[in-house]
Each structure stands twice: as structure tokens, then as C-alpha cells.
Design a protein around this ligand. Structure first.
Ligand code: ADP
Ligand code: MG
Length: 698
């Protein structure tokens, strides 16, 4: 299909379709429910469901599903057909309002982090009418939230919606104080840039580690990696281009604004960026995008790797979460305005973000903590595990002058009324030069660069929305106390800059000296997942999330358990896969080569006993030494896994042990195997090498 406007969203039950297919009063009631968040009544649901079914059936759908995001991090669906028996062996297609609004999947197979032990075992899904229904593979998908019967959220969507509400509530308070009476809604806007690797399926199928864990657990560095940087923005190969085109079309049909696609730094690495949308829609869209990236790849004989670090020594993949806040009247609250009042408002929102990121740096760190992302953060290709904000020199200079009460040399008019008159616009090009910052201001939005490529963006946005809501609520409390508006706002801005300037860092985040400086500034540096997770359930975090009704304390504990369990399970699977590969592939590969070497040496000597066979002898003894090393380290890993014993200890303790014992043993085993790989002949090495994999797409 080449008609983009016609193709775009053709599989989505969007506003246009609703307008066309629903009776006027039903359409209006539904719109009201969507735009104002009001309750949906059953009559409206019934009519809507029926229209949805007719539309879906016309497009070839026979089934429907409540599509939701359990805490596994991937999406879940259970298909039901529209069919209802009627009369004598006949059938009709039916879809009721009740089935649209509520579903009861068997919740017991989804992780609940212990919630089910204490609460109702069943869970239900509830339609989120703010996210449009769509058709995927002949199934009408209804985006839903997933909760337990006692009301605990069992998914990633419910708390995201709650956090958006919390942010909206506090932002509206501030806007009203600034005299804005027209904005009725405030929403978080998100645009996630998705990185991924694309490799040939044949090669993939020969690597048990890629199949089991999504990343290579062994692999010597290829002679040519990414050092020439000739892949970045380079010509896209035809096979990849065809894939991207196909993917774009699939995404467009689902109303996802896939916009830019290009090669990334590493060989076989690419990026896809959509046009931003409201945080919940962006989250749904990103989940769908990841799913389609994989399924479309399969059609092309390719495999899409979404792991954060599929290859050691080669850049990993991230997901830059671009975030801003805007009103329903179209104002981006992170965009400097053209009047002093607008600029004061901008500065106040900017300060709210600065304060939030400083006050809750650990929570932002926790929001991106996974076993996979541990390989990426701080690896000189991704931001360090230390959270800081990049504002750029221009904006920092303005904040300096506000704090010091001096006038800014280049912007002499910045000292008036509320501290500022006309702020310059910050063109993206001028502010976005720093690629090493975890949290960068890029003109009119913040780019959170710590999330890994596989992560649902729900978590980071829940944290962002909530921590900024908290700053805004403190500011609003202060302003509402009365007193002169201008001087109160001005004092808040000045105080925030003074109290939180330690979080602002415009330098090189990859530099070793930054680690020391950050420590001197008192910034936290939670290096890995087991170190980071306790911060999620600290008293401070519980107070924050419960105050804004984003999580109950029980929900937080259950989520923390799930994160810990996931971490341990991933390491366990990786360790077992390594052990298996050493036994089945690596040691036999070495033995095969040893056998050949000794056979040849023996043959040579049979011809002439005085031939020294120096190469064969040296090679053999080197390989023998390395295989002994591999075997020794294999035993260490086996013992470590047995010692940690999955599921028998306090989860925090277990995660720490996985990190200290298993992770370390894995790294040591790998080092030895990778050295071996370098000297074993290609003919005997039973696994595709990094070269074979990274350059598999011709
Ligand atoms: P890059 O960071 O690669 O230079 P862009 O800055 O153009 O690329 O866009 C990156 C992502 O940021 C895109 O998904 C884009 O839609 C999104 N984005 C742009 N403006 C905003 C905004 N105001 N709020 C949230 N996301 C935005
Ligand atoms: Mg970017």
C-alpha cells in the first residue's frame, strides 16, 4: 500500500471511526469519558462494543482480546471469538458492552510478587478508553488495565495512568496560580527512541545463548568492531531497508507514527523513533512496536534482538525516553515562552524537574534497573549509573545569574519582575550536544537516556510523573500560602537552583573523574540492580507513591519482589545456559581441534621422527591449558549456582548472591572461553563467531 493517509491507522478504532460509526449521543458520551476521564455507562459501552465488532469483522477479525501489560514486561492477550451459538446449530457474531469493559483472564500465571498469596487470586482487566482499540493478526485488541479484585494493580498501565493523574493535578494547581483558567487537562508527552539489532535467523538458531537469553554469553571480539564508526547513519542495506519499510507499514496501520529509522553506532544496530504522544499511548505503542519488530523480522528471515547488551565490546541498545508536559490548549510547559510571566512559569516547571531528579535520583535509577541494563549503564557507551542533569551552558548560565542575583552578561534583561524577561529559545542543536548525560534538556523536553532497549517505558514514566508531581505540589503549597506571588515564585526558583545545583552536570559523563566528582557532590551511584532495588521500597519512596496514590505500599513490595525474582531468574538461566554450552559446544570444539593437531603431529613424526612439530605442540599445550582453565571455572560456576539455590532465601540476599557469586563466575568463565575461541580453528569451533553474527545480514 502506498497511500499513507489512507493506510495510517486503518486498523485502529480511532476517533474518526467512532465519529462515523457511533450514534451522535453515544459518540459524545464516549468522547466525554475519554477527554474528561468520566465514568462510562453500560448503554454507551454496549453500542460502542457492537460498532467495534462490526468494524472489526469487516476487517476480517473473528476474535477479540483484552490486551494488557502484566508485570512480565511483555503484553498479554487471551483470545475469545465473537461467536455465539444461535438457534439450531447456527451462530452469530456478538460483542457486548460488558465484554468490552471488563474481562477475567486467568491471572494465576502472571507474576504478582506475592499479592495473590494475601489477596484475591483472580484478576480482571478493564478497558482503558483513552487508548484506542486496534486489530492485530485478525484479533480485535482492547487496551486494558489489569487489577486484582481487591483493587491492586497487577500491571504496568494502571500505575502509569495514576501517575499521569497525579502530575496533572499538581500541574493544574500551578497553572491556576499563574492565572491560567483555560487549560483543563495537563498530560505527560513521551517519545521513545528504540534501538535494536538485526541479525540473520540462520545464525541466530545456532546460538543457544541468543535463543535462551537474548544475548551472547561467549564471543571473542571481532578484529573489526565499531571503531571505524562507519555504520552510524551509514547506507542501509537492502535487506534491512525492506524490513524497515515493512515494519513502518505495519506500524502505520496501527496508527503508530514511526518516523525516523537509521543505522546506529554498532554493526547490525539500528534505531526507530516514533512521533511523541501521551505517555500511556506512547507506552502501548512502544510495546506493540517491540512486538512487531520481532514478528516482522521473522518474515524476512531475520531476528530482532531487543536485549540491552547482545554483544560484549559492542555498543548496547537503549531506549531514550523523551518527556515533556503539555496542556490540552497546546502549551508545552517545558518550552520557554515569550513573556516574563510565561518564562517564570517555564522556570518553575524546569525547577520542579531539577528538584525532582535530585530528590529522587535513586528512584530514577531503580526505574531502569534490570539484569540486562546492568551490562550497559556505565559501559562508556551509555550514561553512567549516576543520575545527573544536562542543561547546556546557556540555560545553566541563566540559572547561575538568577541564583546570584546578577544579570547574565549575554542576556542583560534577565533580571526583572520574576527574575527573567525574555528567555532565549534553546534550539535543540545547541543544547543536545552532550550524549553522555543520563537526563538531558533538549530545548523543550527532557531526554532520559538510561532506560534499556527491552524495558517497558511505563516504569520510568511512572517515576518521572510522580516525582515531578511531588515538586510541583510542594511549590503550589508554598505559593498558596499567600504573600506576594512574584517574590514567592522568584524565591522558589532561586532556592531550588541553590539547593539542587549538585545534580546539574554539563561535562562528560563517561569520564572517570565524573565518578569521583559525583561522589564528592553526594550523588548516589547504584552500580547494579541488586544495589539499586532497595531504594524502591525505602520509606521516602513509599511516602511519595502513597501520597500521590500511584502505588499502595503492598503494590510496591509486590513489584519489588517481582523485580528481584526476575533478576535472579535471568542470572540463573544465563548461568545454566553457559554451563550447557561449555559442555556441549565449547569443550568438544577444543577437543576436536586438539585431536586434529595431535593426529597431524603424529603423522608428521611417522614420516620423519625428527620433525619438531613446534606449532602443533605449542598449540596443543596452550589449548590444554585453556581447556583446563575452562573446566576449572565451569566447576566454580556450577558450585556458585548450587550454593545460591534459587528461591530459598530472602530475595534481596539471593539477588546479591547472584551478583557476587554467579555473575562473577560467569565473567571469569567467559574470559577463558573467549581466549580459547581465538586459537581454535573455525572448522572445529561449533558456534558462529561475533563476525558471523554481526555481519550476518548482507
Ligand atoms: P534525536 O534525539 O535523535 O535528535 P528528536 O529530538 O527529533 O531526535 O526526537 C526524539 C524523540 O523525541 C522523538 O520520538 C520525538 O517525537 C520526541 N519528542 C519531540 N518533542 C517532544 C516533546 N515535546 N515531548 C516528548 N517527546 C518529544
Ligand atoms: Mg535522542
Amino acid at each position: 500500500m502506498n497511500n499513507l493517509p489512507e493506510e495510517f491507522g486503518c486498523m485502529v478504532f480511532n476517533d474518526e471511526v467512532m465519529k462515523e460509526r457511533l450514534p451522535r449521543d453515544v459518540y459524545k458520551a464516549l468522547r466525554k469519558c475519554i477527554s474528561e476521564g468520566t465514568h462510562l455507562d453500560l448503554d454507551v459501552a454496549n453500542v460502542t462494543a457492537n460498532a467495534m465488532k462490526d468494524w472489526a469483522v469487516e476487517k476480517g477479525a473473528t476474535h477479540f482480546t483484552h490486551w494488557f501489560q502484566p508485570m512480565t514486561g511483555i503484553t498479554a492477550e487471551k483470545h475469545d471469538s465473537f461467536i455465539r451459538p444461535e438457534g439450531d446449530g447456527g451462530a452469530i457474531m456478538e460483542f457486548s458492552g460488558k465484554a468490552l469493559v471488563k474481562g477475567e483472564p486467568d491471572a494465576s500465571s502472571f507474576p504478582s510478587g506475592g499479592l495473590r498469596a494475601t489477596f484475591e487470586a483472580r484478576g480482571y482487566t478493564a478497558w482503558d478508553p483513552t487508548s484506542y482499540a486496534f486489530i492485530k493478526d485478525g484479533v480485535l485488541c482492547i487496551p486494558t488495565a489489569f487489577c486484582s479484585y481487591s483493587g491492586e494493580a497487577l500491571d504496568k498501565k494502571t500505575p502509569l495512568l495514576r501517575s499521569m493523574e497525579a502530575l496533572e493535578k499538581q500541574a493544574i494547581r500551578i497553572l491556576r496560580l499563574f492565572g491560567n483558567t483555560s487549560a483543563r487537562r495537563v498530560v505527560a508527552q513521551v517519545g521513545p527512541e528504540q534501538e535494536y539489532f538485526l541479525i540473520d535467523k540462520e545464525v541466530y538458531l545456532k546460538r543457544p545463548d541468543l535463543i535462551n537469553t537474548g544475548r551472547t554469553l561467549f564471543g571473542a571480539r571481532p578484529p573489526k568492531g565499531q571503531e571505524m564508526e562507519d555504520h552510524y547513519f551509514g547506507t542501509i542495506k537492502k535487506r534491512v531497508k525492506d524490513y524497515m519499510t515493512d515494519l513502518d507499514h505495519e506500524l502505520w496501520k496501527l496508527g503508530i507514527y514511526a518516523k525516523t529509522e537509521h543505522n546506529e553506532v554498532a554493526p547490525a544496530q539500528h534505531e526507530l523513533a516514533p512521533i511523541f504522544s501521551t505517555a500511556n499511548k506512547a507506552t502501548d505503542a512502544n510495546q506493540l512496536t517491540m512486538e512487531l519488530m520481532k514478528s516482522v523480522a521473522a518474515r524476512h528471515g531475520l531476528v530482532c534482538l531487543l536485549h540491552e547488551k547482545p554483544f560484549a565490546g559492542v555498543n548496547g541498545s537503549g531506549k531514550h525516553n523523551n518527556w515533556s508536559i503539555s496542556t490540552d490548549t497546546g502549551i508545552n510547559l517545558l518550552e520557554p515562552g515569550s513573556t516574563p510571566r510565561e518564562n517564570a512559569q517555564f522556570l518553575l516547571f524546569l525547577c520542579a524537574v531539577i528538584k525532582a531528579v535530585d530528590d529522587y535520583q535513586e528512584l530514577l535509577r531503580v526505574s531502569v534497573a534490570t539484569a540486562g541494563n546492568d551490562h550497559r549503564l556505565g559501559a562508556n557507551e551509555a550514561p553512567p549509573a549516576i543520575v545527573s542533569i544536562f542543561l547546556g551552558d546557556e540555560l545553566t548560565e541563566i540559572l547561575d545569574s538568577i541564583e546570584n542575583g546578577t544579570s547574565c552578561p549575554e542576556h542583560p534583561k534577565t533580571q526583572m519582575e520574576i527574575g527573567v524577561t525574555v528567555l532565549p529559545h534553546f534550539p535543540k542543536d545547541a543544547t543536545d550536544r552532550n550524549r553522555t548525560s543520563p537526563f538531558a534538556f533538549t530545548g523543550n523536553k527532557f531526554e532520559f537516556r538510561m532506560p534499556g532497549s527491552t524495558l517497558s517505558i511505563s516504569g520510568p514514566n511512572i517515576v518521572l510523573n510522580t516525582i515531578v508531581a511531588e515538586s510541583l505540589s510542594q511549590f503550589a503549597d508554598e505559593i498558596e500560602k499567600g504573600g506576594d506571588f512574584n517574590s514567592t515564585v522568584s524565591a522558589i526558583i532561586r532556592k531550588t537552583i541553590k539547593d539542587h545545583r549538585r545534580i546539574i552536570f554539563n561535562g562528560n559523563g563517561y569520564d572517570e573523574s565524573w565518578v569521583k566528582e559525583a561522589e564528592a557532590r553526594g550523588l548516589s551511584n547504584l552500580k547494579n540492580t541488586p544495589e539499586a532495588l532497595p531504594a524502591f521500597i525505602s520509606e521516602k519512596s513509599v511516602a511519595l507513591f502513597t501520597k500521590h496514590r500511584v502505588f499502595s505500599e503492598t503494590e510496591m513490595y509486590s513489584r519489588c519482589n517481582i523485580l528481584l525474582e526476575n533478576y535472579c531468574k535471568i542470572l540463573n538461566i544465563e548461568a545454566l545456559t553457559m554451563i550447557d554450552m561449555v559442555n556441549k559446544y565449547i569443550l568438544p570444539s577444543a577437543l576436536g581441534y586438539e585431536d586434529e593437531l595431535s593426529r597431524i603431529a603424529a603423522e608428521k613424526r611417522a614420516v620423519d621422527p625428527s620433525i619438531p612439530c613446534a606449532m602443533e605442540t605449542k598449540r596443543l599445550s596452550r589449548i590444554a591449558a585453556l581447556t583446563d582453565c575452562v573446566y576449572g571455572r565451569l566447576e566454580v560456576l556450577e558450585n556458585a549456582v548450587a550454593e545460591v539455590k534459587l528461591g530459598e532465601k530472602d530475595l534481596f540476599e539471593e539477588a546479591r548472591e547472584y551478583r557476587e557469586k554467579v555473575f562473577t563466575a560467569m565473567a571469569e568463565l567467559r574470559a577463558c572461553v573467549d581466549e580459547l575461541e581465538l586459537i581454535v580453528s573455525k572448522k572445529h569451533w561449533m558456534l558462529p563467531t561475533y563476525d558471523d553474527i554481526l555481519y550476518s545480514v548482507k
